[in-house]
Design a protein around this ligand. Structure first.
Ligand code: UDP
Ligand code: MG
Length: 316
């Protein structure tokens, strides 16, 4: 291991975060001062704010921070690309650092866990996940939906770290490997485990958003969850095939039964036994076509190779 302390970049996606940025930047400055003083990180470590097409004065604030202290850098996307893409843009533009830690602007995730993350890196870990071991400050609704989501993911075979959001440390080596993942449908927390190398977790308590509101409404949350599943798992498609097979088998059995019944007690075939399966199969078929369509849509997106983010300005 080299003796020089590593250069740290803290990457923060921001969407309409004017209310939290003053406090966030203040706390980060204290933190960096402290870590640099302890020679835990290099003096040229920094914070990179990515403005994800905010409609408020977020970018003006980032620009002001940039001119106020060398710790702060800014990246402005040309429009709102969404949390995951904004985060990716930040990660890609922090490639001059030895270690990158990503965290949300609202500081719901405990900043002090960073020290432990860096210590883990120094011990030779390339990926360090921040894991919340207490969500008591989240609403009951958020807690339960999150739990259901993690369960669903694991049923679908997506390897993910329970209760880990996008608060994590990546080493230079892990980041370089990550760059070779070219997918357009981003679900970072499901992709990072695929990098491999040495991975570990540190634990912390999740706090409350100290200002502003959650930028994830129910619609964004559901679409995020579905994106995670359909980007990383083909189990829903397999399930369709499985259903098709089962229904086919049942139909064969029913036909044999009907035939036998017809030959033995001369029963006229009823209305229900004809019409119900028709509706049933019609429904299943529609469902299957829709599901296949979802994956075709994903492929359509991937094949186009559209940029995952577009930079308007880079303050560095
Ligand atoms: N965010 C973003 N683009 C978006 C939505 C959110 O960059 O379209 C950022 C937001 O500014 C914050 C992080 O993603 O830094 C997480 O958002 P939030 O705290 O609202 O999510 P929650 O903690 O409620 O899941
Ligand atoms: Mg938050």
């Amino acid at each position: 291991m080299n003796t020089m302390p590593p250069r740290l970049a803290i990457v923060i996606p921001c969407y309409n975060e004017e209310e939290v940025l003053p406090e966030t930047s203040k706390r980060l400055k204290v933190l960096l001062d402290d870590y640099i003083g302890k020679q835990l990180i290099a003096v040229n470590s920094y914070v990179l704010f990515t403005d994800d097409g905010s409609k408020d004065r977020t970018w003006e604030q980032i620009a002001r921070l940039y001119s106020s202290h060398q710790y702060f850098k800014g990246l402005k996307l040309s429009r709102n690309f969404g949390h995951q893409n904004a985060l990716l843009a930040g990660l890609f533009h922090a490639d001059d650092a030895d270690i990158i830690i990503s965290i949300d602007a609202d500081l719901q995730d405990d900043l002090n866990a960073m020290e432990e993350m860096i210590q883990a890196y120094l011990k030779g870990y390339d990926v360090v996940y921040g894991v919340r071991d207490d969500r008591s400050t989240d609403t009951r609704f958020k807690r339960n939906t999150a739990l259901a989501f993690y369960k669903l993911l694991s049923v679908m075979g997506v390897e993910s770290v329970y209760n880990h959001a996008d608060y994590r440390l990546l080493s230079r080596r892990a980041m370089d490997a990550f760059k070779s993942f070219e997918e357009a449908n981003l679900y970072l927390r499901g992709m990072v485990p695929m990098i491999g190398f040495r991975q570990t977790s540190v634990y912390y308590k999740r706090g409350e958003r100290f200002a502003g509101e959650s930028k994830y409404n129910l619609r964004k949350m559901l679409s995020f969850a579905w994106n995670g599943i359909s980007s990383l798992s083909i189990k829903p498609l397999r399930f369709v095939t499985f259903c098709g097979f089962i229904i086919f088998a049942i139909t064969i059995l029913l036909s044999i039964y009907a035939l036998v019944a017809y030959m033995t007690h001369h029963t006229a075939t009823g209305w229900a036994s004809t019409v119900i399966p028709m509706y049933f199969l019609g429904g299943i078929q529609l469902l299957c076509i829709g599901l296949i369509g979802e994956y075709v849509a994903k492929m359509y997106k991937e094949v186009k190779h559209r940029p995952r983010f577009i930079i308007e300005e880079h303050l560095q």
